[in-house]
Design a protein around this ligand. Structure first.
Ligand code: NAP
Length: 482
């Protein structure tokens, strides 16, 4: 089955920071794939913007290089690439200066959706918003897309929100969290709210606990200095993991509309209990061969920044009181895995006797490497010899279920098309981001005041010992990272 592609309306998309890493690796390849699928109309314009002076032709050739590098060869077709390059323009613009804006304005068409992707450092967001507005380039229908990090604490997030709100309405601001663009995350909504099966069980009475894992194999690499000012809590938990937690824990919205969804997610963040130190473990990968060591890579021999974090959260509301949510994320771990696992409680009574070991029902939502879901259920082991139980996975791999030629758009592709369509459902609202920081800030302040040092863990392991203990002391275990 081939996915149905609905073309979007005419648009002009300006990518500020078009020569940067994110534009080359994700945004431009993503747009190419949507072009290839026929979703981008002929006549749409993609306008690269950055300070570097170059002609349109030179920029097109750089885009071509990026496509050759980051799009699989099987998806590269010379004629399609040429068609795509033909809709690409370039202007030299300095976010902080006055040059180039007239040229940009002149490239843009009237009566067309205008979208501006701020793929630049957040320190430039306010300047860009201001100039787009004052130069009359962004009208009331224009959209701006902003990247993470959205602040480093509540105060800076508020300041960023205010700098955008001075020139744009909230319904024009698209704060990207690419985890929300993943197919499985949206499928989670479908599983929860389009089936009668799960929702009655989706509460503290039937759910023993929830685990959310985002494990990376890479270290901080060349981003060491940047990362050292951030750490896993700011870089991953405040945005991605908390968004996933919200989607699991939220009440059913009355409709699948942006504000209905975002209102419910916000309530979850506000219902989070403060985090006691005993429910938090921070780690740093240390002592690997060949300089595979956080302190060496961050360039800060006394760094107390965590490259790993695990925590137990409680959502204090009627639905979840008593069901812990365990979150962990880290770098230089054994495998690259992102998943959510919902572990259900034991049946109240077993009719099969003690010899049959009971295993929990677990619904696993895999975000990577292969997006899909599986549900572990108990069945009878086939064959004679009485009733022996066995737990098996009811696997719902999308590729298998829907056909191997299914083209699942990358999260960035989907999200950019949503911007053009004007659909904010999968984007974070300003108050959500602020509420997340309001929960995170005191946790960070507390460990800084205590002077906590992260616990060392071996590169390529599953994280520090303390993280295992966080679960063991509750009589539970993390799912394997493999
Ligand atoms: P990058 O590689 O450093 O690129 C920055 C881009 O901004 C370049 O195109 C640069 O081009 C342009 N730029 C810098 N100063 C400018 C100015 N004053 N006016 C106009 N353009 C300017 O950064 P990146 O990695 O692409 O990241 C971009 C944004 O995405 C950042 O906010 C980052 O935190 C976020 N992000 C990146 C990733 C990723 O994987 N890279 C992931 C998530 C979020 P010129 O020097 O020619 O001006």
């Amino acid at each position: 089955m081939v996915a149905r592609v609905i073309p979007v309306d005419q648009f002009d998309l300006v990518i500020f920071g078009a020569t940067g890493d994110l534009a080359r690796r994700k945004i431009l390849p993503g747009l190419y794939r949507r072009w290839r699928e026929g979703q981008i109309p002929e006549g749409a314009a993609i306008i690269g913007a950055a300070r570097t002076e170059m002609t349109r032709e030179v920029f097109r050739s750089q885009v071509n290089d990026a496509l050759q590098e980051f799009v699989p060869a099987s998806e590269l077709d010379a004629a399609i690439v040429t068609g795509f390059l033909n809709i690409i323009e370039y202007v030299t613009v300095d976010a902080k200066g006055d040059d180039g804006w007239d040229a940009l304005g002149a490239l843009m068409r009237e009566e067309t959706v205008r979208a501006f992707y701020f793929s630049v450092a957040p320190a430039l967001f306010g300047e860009l918003a201001q100039r787009l507005h004052l130069r009359g380039i962004a009208d009331r229908n224009a959209r701006i897309v902003v990247e993470k990090p959205f602040g480093k604490d509540l105060a800076s997030a508020r300041a960023l929100n205010a700098s955008l709100a001075a020139y744009f309405h909230e319904d024009q601001i698209y704060r990207i969290d690419h985890y929300l663009g993943k197919e499985t995350v949206q499928n989670l909504m479908a599983v929860r709210f389009a089936n009668i099966l799960f929702e009655p069980l989706w509460n503290a009475q039937f759910v023993d606990h929830v685990q959310i894992t985002v494990a990376e194999t890479v270290g901080v690499g060349g981003r060491g200095e940047y990362y050292d000012n951030s750490g896993a809590m700011r870089d991953m938990v405040q945005n991605h993991l908390m968004q996933l937690l919200c989607l699991i824990a939220m009440e059913p919205p009355h409709c699948f509309e942006p504000d209905a969804m975002r209102d419910e997610k916000l309530k979850v963040i506000r219902a989070l209990d403060p985090l006691p130190p005993s429910d938090l473990v921070r780690g740093q990968y240390r002592g690997g061969a060949g300089g595979d060591d956080y302190l060496a890579q961050s360039g800060n021999p006394d760094s107390r920044t965590e490259s790993f974090i695990a925590m137990k959260l409680h959502v204090s509301n009627w639905r979840w009181k008593g069901t812990p949510f365990y979150l962990r994320t880290g770098k230089r771990l054994r495998a690259r895995v992102s998943e959510i696992a919902i572990t259900f409680k034991e049946p109240p009574h077993s009719i099969f006797g003690e010899s049959n070991q009971w295993r929990e029902n677990v619904l696993v939502i895999r975000l990577q490497p292969d997006e899909g879901m599986d549900l572990r259920v108990m069945i009878k082991e086939p064959g004679p010899g009485g009733m022996r139980l066995k737990d098996v996975a009811l696997d719902m791999s999308f590729a298998e279920a829907l056909g191997n030629d299914l083209d699942i758009p990358d999260a960035y592709e989907r999200l950019i098309m949503d911007v053009i369509r004007g659909n904010q459902t999968l984007f974070m609202r300003g108050d959500e981001v602020e509420a997340a920081w309001a929960w995170v800030d005191p946790v960070i302040e507390a460990w800084e005041t205590r002077g906590d040092r992260p616990e060392p863990y071996e590169p390529g392991s599953t994280g520090p010992e303390g993280a295992l203990m966080l679960m063991h002391k509750d009589g539970r275990r993390w799912r394997e990272i493999r």
